[in-house]
Ligand binder design. Structure first.
Ligand SMILES: [Zn+2]
Length: 858
């Protein structure tokens, strides 16, 4: 007791001293604090890592590592902290400027005492065991994935984005393995059962972009426009390979050529290389020379939909755009990670626009970004685009739909405000000025400000630094049969004084045509110029060009005519408005909207729109319709979908309707229908079902019938690819008919070693918490929240939110909502960013408490 009081006093004294004397050594804290990063970036420069890893065949054996770190110090005023998030026993020896020193590893930092350091060039040599946490070791392959701050788990380093370095790497691997890294492969030497590969010194990179992969891969090479491209993969399906390989290479070449011309800066890294990884955690990751992709996003078969083709081209363009945005010019600190993401998306969209034409592009932009951005921005857990980040260990929480989806919308509005030429000139100047260097969002804003007279700082304040969206209302007055005035107002959905200046179109529809009015919504209330004097329209469509952002009103006169609107973009905008209004308890209750959308399934012929419409039907059906109402309508809905599918003649649309049928069916008739299709492997006429489709059918059958084990076993025997087989084995207990077995599956996930395949975990959790299984799974909800902090600490950056979404995504009961409320009440000081993620994931659950069965006036 006495000791405690004493140390409390000491602590107080220390704080006082450090406040007075800034030469006081930096405290040694876990993670990488912004204070540590700032102090290091002031002192350290010219960083070169030389790294050698020896990778054994057996994934349970340790990886030996050797590192030589050379850097320059501008002054020596205190000890140096090298980041290494491991136990001290992982460090075998350490030498500083030729002298062996004792290992002192505290709070994730290897400490180098001041007396061993010198001004200018220093050299540190460390012999260590590499941490496995971010090396993704599988039986016969592994890949390093260090974003945002995991390099420090694998080897000692300065793990911050503004201490860029060159990496000279060698990998010793089992003899028949292939390798790929940032630098070009220089030479290789065989020795017994192993081969050592030496790579050329890398270009200048931040630690989060240093990466490599090694394993049993197949290698493909192509030379396009004098540039050699290397591609490693493990795909065995010859149809997928035949249909996909050339397109994958071409998509990279197209994206590079577009970006070179937009930025006026040639591709600046020594090589183009990429690898397709089964069950990769993200869509892709942009390491120069070794871009990693989720294999299933690259390899498409003949059953692929238009949506999947566009998504693949968009993904490749996104990762390629990072070579300029993020890789060549890097954010100074991870709070600006959204900048590289928004530019990657923005540029990928421009490539898509060029490939698909403006109309398809606008539709894709709307469908990709708006529902996802609203999905966070309307919630109680909404975050702004730019956030504060005190320690890099929390960088993962920066990622989410706001930076991936709201930021591109914001950027497109900004481009509109400045004019696309001025916007582009600013981007070019920014890239040129900060090439191979770091920059902040404010650096870019100040460059752009030279190219426009608009007040970008003011604009930035609301769009970038504040969360939320505006709600628009309108008042239309008539004098006889003509409009006398049309007023539009906006207010912040969550209250407060914020206004979102923006431009969008409203369309007035008449029996023989339409009139588009451009609205420059730069105030709280505006009078739409050009409206007065126009004839009274049949109905009005808000945000008809899908440029605006917020909750737009719905004109009930439109109703069923929604599906007859001429342009796919107008219809998509109408669907989104209707859905968002339902969620806000305005205009439609869930059952009414479900009925309305169902009318559209046989009328909507645009594939992307049909996909969105059926997704909405699926979500409303499972998340906002009471179970008893669901049973009452399921058979009718099944029949409507089946009939629409039979009458449809476009194969992809047919398949979308079939998939929706598969998602929603409940009746015995449908059960035997689906079982027959799966068992005989006979697709309905005009549809082509692939192995992946039959696997998904088997999983659905398991979820909805009484004898699932045999179905999944048979499907497993039918599957030839070993990774897909393993995935099924993993999912089987999550689909067991035995509730105890299912809950055991959940409990097994509390142990980290069972969570390594995060994509599988999310699949399993979604089946486990499917509305048909919630009665027995609801007991796991408290535990799934209690472990969230650990999920964040041990998992990849998207895992906390995907974990929450897979678990809470389709609950609607008051009991489930109570679990969330109780947890937040019991933890008033809970990590704010994680609390935000919980509130985001529980948004449908929260809304279903308020809108299910709501009575609305017509
Ligand atoms: Zn990205």
């Amino acid at each position: 007791m006495k000791l405690l009081i004493q140390s409390f006093f000491l602590l107080l004294l220390n704080t006082m001293v450090s406040a007075q004397n800034n030469a006081e050594p930096l405290s040694v804290e876990p993670g990488v604090s912004q204070t540590l990063a700032n102090s290091r970036s002031l002192m350290i420069s010219d960083v070169q890592y030389k790294l050698d890893f020896i990778i054994p065949l057996d994934k349970s054996e340790a990886i030996d590592g050797k590192m030589q770190l050379i850097f320059s110090l501008s002054s020596v005023t205190q000890q140096l902290q090298l980041d290494f998030k491991q136990n001290p026993d992982k460090v075998k020896s350490i030498k500083v400027n030729g002298k062996q020193i004792a290992v002192d590893l505290r709070n994730e930092h290897l400490l180098i005492p001041q007396q061993y350091l010198r001004k200018k060039t220093n050299q540190i040599e460390v012999s260590f065991i590499a941490g496995n946490e971010s090396l993704n070791r599988n039986t016969d392959y592994l890949y390093a994935l260090f974003v945002p701050d995991h390099a420090r788990t694998a080897f000692p380093c300065f793990d911050q984005p503004d201490l860029k370095a060159k990496f000279l790497l060698s990998l010793t691997v089992p003899k028949d393995w292939q390798v790929l890294a940032n630098g070009k492969e220089k030479d290789s030497q065989n020795k017994g059962s192993q081969t050592t590969y030496h790579f050329a010194n890398s270009d200048v990179l931040p630690t989060y972009l240093f990466s490599f992969t090694a394993g049993k891969y197949l290698q493909e090479q192509q030379t396009i426009a004098k540039q050699q491209f290397t591609f490693l993969h493990r795909e065995t399906d010859s149809t997928k390979l035949r249909l996909s390989t050339d397109s994958i290479f071409m998509a990279h070449a197209d994206a590079i050529s577009f970006l070179e011309s937009y930025t006026k800066i040639p591709f600046s890294f020594q090589k183009v290389g990429f690898v397709a990884i089964p069950d990769f955690q993200f869509g892709g990751m942009e390491h120069p020379g070794e871009v990693q992709y989720k294999a299933s996003s690259l390899f498409l078969d003949e059953g692929a939909t238009k949506d999947q083709f566009i998504a693949r081209s968009n993904l490749i363009s996104h990762e390629t755009a990072h070579m300029w945005f993020g890789d060549l010019v890097t954010m100074k600190w991870f709070n600006d990670v959204w900048m590289k993401e928004v530019f990657a998306n923005f540029m990928a969209d421009k490539v898509t626009e060029k490939l698909m034409g403006a109309e398809t592009f606008s539709l894709k932009f709307l469908q990709d970004h708006y529902p996802a951005a609203y999905g966070v921005d309307r919630t109680l857990g909404a975050n702004p685009i730019r956030q504060q980040l005190d320690n890099l260990q929390d960088a993962g929480s920066m990622y989410g739909n706001i930076i991936y989806h709201k930021a591109p919308i914001m950027m497109r509005q900004l481009e509109l405000l400045m004019g696309s030429d001025n916007f582009k000139l600013g981007v070019q100047e920014y890239l040129k000025k900060y090439t191979y260097n770091n920059a902040t969002w404010n650096d870019l804003i100040s460059i752009w400000s030279k190219y426009t007279r608009k007040d970008l700082y003011q604009w930035n304040k609301v769009w970038v630094n504040r969360p939320g969206r505006p709600v628009f209302d309108y008042k239309i007055s008539y004098a006889g049969t003509t409009i006398s005035s049309l007023k539009i107002t906006q207010h912040a959905e969550m209250g407060g004084e914020n206004l979102w200046p923006q431009v969008f179109t409203i369309s007035l529809f008449y029996a023989n045509g339409r009139k588009d009015l451009l609205v420059n919504m730069d105030a709280k209330e505006i009078n739409v110029t050009g409206a007065a004097g126009l004839e009274k329209p049949l109905f009005v469509l808000f945000n008809a060009d899908a440029m605006g952002y917020g909750l737009f009103p719905i004109d009930h006169e439109m109703e069923g005519r929604m599906f007859e609107l001429e342009k796919p973009l107008q219809r998509a905008s109408a669907y989104i408005n209707a859905y968002e209004n339902m969620l806000s308890g305005k205009s439609y209750n869930p059952l009414a909207l479900l009925h309305l959308f169902t009318k559209g399934i046989s009328m909507e012929k645009n594939e992307m729109n049909l996909k969105m419409l059926t997704n909405y039907i699926n979500t409303i059906y499972w998340s906002f319709i009471m179970p008893k109402d669901r049973s009452a309508i399921s058979e009718t809905l099944e029949e409507l979908l089946w009939r629409a599918m039979e009458q449809e003649f476009l194969p992809n649309n047919k398949k979308i309707l079939f998939k929706t049928y598969q998602e929603i069916y409940l009746s015995n008739k449908a059960k035997s229908n689906i079982y027959k299709i799966w068992q005989s492997q006979q697709s309905p006429v005009g549809i082509r079902l692939t192995e992946d489709d039959f696997t998904s059918l088997a999983l659905t059958i398991a979820l909805k019938s009484d004898t699932p084990t045999s179905v999944l076993k048979v499907q497993k025997d039918r599957t030839t690819n070993i990774e897909r087989k393993n995935r099924l084995t993993f999912l089987m207990p999550a689909l067991s008919t035995n509730a105890q077995e299912r809950n055991d599956f959940f409990n097994s996930l509390l142990d980290r070693k069972n969570r390594t395949k995060e994509a599988w975990v999310n699949n399993g959790l979604a089946y486990l918490n499917h509305p048909l299984r919630q009665q027995s799974s609801i007991v796991n909800l408290p535990k799934s929240l209690q472990i969230l902090e650990e999920i964040q600490k041990t998992g990849d950056i998207f895992f906390p939110q995907s974990w929450l979404a897979a678990i809470f995504g389709s609950y609607q009961s008051a009991e489930a909502y109570q679990v969330v409320t109780d947890f937040l009440n019991a933890n008033p000081n809970y990590n704010q960013k994680l609390k935000g993620k919980i509130l985001q994931a529980a948004d449908n659950l929260y809304r279903s408490q308020r809108i299910v069965g709501i009575k609305l006036k017509d």
